[in-house]
Ligand binder design. Structure first.
Ligand code: FES
Length: 71
């Protein structure tokens, strides 16, 4: 399958991962995540927000629950 210039450029450079303070981990997609129970989930988004706080209702994806104040 032919790739365009942007695709080949993305494959050449390291994948960027950004750790957001008190927030998610942003990863250039697409990604496949293996969970601790062995299940695998896939996201085809351009940037994927992985939950680092474990409070997300859609774990492993961030649903912005990290923004809520704890009592
Ligand atoms: S980091 Fe956003 S919900 Fe956990």
């Amino acid at each position: 399958m032919p790739t365009n210039h942007a695709d080949s450029e993305r494959q050449r450079r390291p994948r960027r991962v950004v750790v957001v303070p008190d927030g998610p981990i942003l990863i250039e997609g697409p990604v496949e995540v293996e969970l601790d129970d062995g299940r695998r989930v896939v996201s085809d988004r351009f940037v994927v927000a992985l939950c680092a706080c474990r409070r997300s209702g859609t774990y492993p994806w961030c649903d912005t629950s990290h923004r809520r104040r704890r009592p």
